[in-house]
Ligand binder design. Structure first.
Ligand SMILES: Cc1cc2nc3c(=O)[nH]c(=O)nc-3n(C[C@H](O)[C@H](O)[C@H](O)COP(=O)(O)OP(=O)(O)OC[C@H]3O[C@@H](n4cnc5c(N)ncnc54)[C@H](O)[C@@H]3O)c2cc1C
Ligand code: SF4
Length: 511
């Protein structure tokens, strides 16, 4: 039978409402899915990330078949395709389709690879990824020629466009943003009534994939014993219901707090399901809004959560397509140091890093503040080359896809694009970590010390960072106060901070 359209679906395009399937005919069109080795190895993927993608893809292929689709599924252990390109070329040779259709990838590397692999003359169409609520084109129109992009204004526009948390033309509660009410620390007693998020036990398909990943990617970071992530839309919907019922009510309050042995807290744990497209952002946002209206939940929590999905997530994607390919090479601060080896093992005396990297290796997960204000902040203070840290983030998190990982890491955490879309570098001393967690209690270093062998490396490097960038930071109203505090330190101590900082920077592996 002649294949009219070969519909090529990628591992993070598991969307039942995919634009590539919308007008397709199962009698004439067929689906292609490829498990490509390169997608787990171009950066060394955490074992759970590799397993999540493969298992979710296999489940999605099975559900398409149940819906009457012919799916050509090129499994890694059967076909061993080196890349998406070689898998696609082999399928085209075998099936001789009249045309190929794909959904725009969220990684421009993949897009150019696929385009280069297509035989000359074969009609091909990229369809827009309609999972997202703001297309790249609409975002570019919103951004216009602005040199600086601010999420808050984009978010307000999205709230108006989709009528989320609106009271006519005004935001409900009279404010767009309730952040000031969110984000408190736990206090001395630590987290109370900690919720237990659902864990989805591996079924036969996932067990097969876990064995495959253990065999093929034995030397990759992370471990598989606690694989818990949703791999089907049904499971993703259960995860969403559970979050809305049990954790959303207190989400905002504990959003930034960290605690040893608390990997998940009140967070949604929905990023991987969203990024695989098992959930749509609109259904997630509407579910949160509905819960607020029906159960009179705390508006600060609900608004804080909705801002992440409707605001930050869509904003980051817009920035990615607007600022690539430059974003990939961005290095505003000219940082050139190598990533310490312990990012791959967690074996460091800095307890905050040990905790955040440790849970990352265990679960493929860390929450936003752990990524931004611990592993990311160390990167900027320790002058790590942005591209090395970007590869680390792309490898180790179960939700990592380049369109969302790269702007978050290079742009937000590492200030590699300067003030393009964050108004200041996210830097703080160990005092911030001490305030927001109990990490400092179990640490070899002391957060308040700036000099000496037991000085907290974050603290020493923070003051060194301020001194190095004093002129720029003094002229920014959001960082001017930091510089004023710097200028209170006497010259002798400043010199000692400089000496200690250089010692640390020259031997980051030994921290
Ligand atoms: C350095 C760094 C790298 C990151 N890399 C990724 C990544 O590869 N993939 C990814 O999905 N997120 C990334 N984030 C954003 C954020 O940390 C994760 O989305 C979040 O921790 C996922 O956990 P959760 O589902 O429990 O989210 P919650 O904290 O409960 O938030 C709810 C949802 O909001 C969305 N969201 C929240 N913050 C952001 C943000 N800054 N950008 C985009 N979406 C956001 C996510 O979809 C998330 O599921 C990164 C952040 C930083 C600072
Ligand atoms: S003392 Fe410094 S290095 Fe140790 S946990 Fe606290 S912030 Fe981290």
């Amino acid at each position: 039978m002649t294949v009219r359209h070969l519909i090529f679906l990628l591992g993070d395009q598991l969307d039942e409402q995919s634009s590539a399937l919308r007008d397709a005919d199962p009698a004439r069109d067929q689906v292609l899915m490829v498990e490509a080795l390169e997608e787990s190895t171009h950066v060394r993927s955490h074992k759970q990330r590799a397993a999540l993608f493969l298992s979710a893809m296999r489940h999605f292929a099975a559900s398409l078949r149940e819906r009457g689709w012919t799916v050509h599924y090129r499994a890694l252990d059967e076909y061993g395709d080196a890349s998406l390109a070689t898998g696609l070329q082999a399928a085209i040779r075998e099936l001789k389709p009249q045309a190929v259709i794909g959904v725009e990838p969220g990684d421009l590397r993949v897009r150019s690879q696929i385009e280069a692999a297509l035989p000359a003359g074969l009609p091909f169409e990229w369809r827009e990824d309609t999972h997202f609520l703001c297309s790249a084109r609409k975002f570019a129109l919103w951004a216009g020629r602005s040199k600086q992009l601010r999420m808050e204004f984009f978010y307000r526009q999205m709230r108006r466009d989709y009528g989320i948390l609106m009271d006519g033309s005004e935001p409900v509660g009279g404010q767009w943003n309730f952040d000031a009410d969110n984000r408190s620390a736990f206090g001395k007693k630590g987290p109370q009534d900690l919720p237990t998020p659902p864990a989805f036990a591996p079924d036969a398909i996932t067990c097969e994939v876990l064995a495959l990943v253990e065999a093929r990617f034995a030397d990759h970071p992370g471990q598989l014993s606690d694989f818990r992530w949703p791999v089907t839309r049904t499971q993703a919907l259960q995860a969403l219901d559970d979050f809305i019922a049990h954790r959303l009510p207190h989400f905002g309050q504990h959003q930034d707090a960290m605690w040893s042995g608390m990997p998940f807290g009140w967070h949604a744990l929905l990023s991987s399901s969203l990024n695989l497209k098992l959930l749509s952002p609109l259904e997630v946002v509407r579910a949160a809004e509905r819960a607020w209206r029906e159960r009179a939940l705390d508006l600060a929590s609900v608004e804080g959560f909705i801002r992440q999905v409707l605001g930050w997530r869509e904003f980051m994607r817009g920035v990615y397509f607007l600022d690539m390919p430059g974003l990939k090479q961005a290095n505003h601060l000219s940082h050139q140091r190598n990533l310490p080896q312990w990012y791959w093992s967690g074996e460091t005396r800095m307890n905050c890093m040990r905790q955040c990297i440790g849970q990352t290796l265990e679960h493929g997960y860390a929450h936003h503040i752990q990524r931004l204000m611990v592993t990311g902040m160390f990167g900027v203070l320790a002058q790590i080359k942005p591209q090395q840290l970007c590869d680390w983030y792309l490898g180790v998190y179960i939700d990592a896809v380049e369109w969302v990982e790269l702007p978050n890491t290079a742009g937000m955490a590492l200030f590699a694009t300067g003030a393009r879309f964050t108004s200041k570098p996210y830097v703080a001393s160990g005092a911030y970590v001490k305030k927001m967690s109990n990490y400092c209690q179990g640490c070899s270093y002391q957060p308040e010390r700036r000099t000496g062998d037991t000085a907290c490396p974050l603290t020493t490097l923070y003051w060194h960072f301020l001194k190095t960038h004093e002129v720029d930071l003094a002229s920014n109203p959001r960082t001017a106060l930091m510089v004023k505090n710097l200028q209170r330190i006497d010259g002798q101590e400043l010199a000692a901070i400089g000496v200690r900082a250089r010692t640390l920077l020259d031997d980051l592996d030994s921290l």
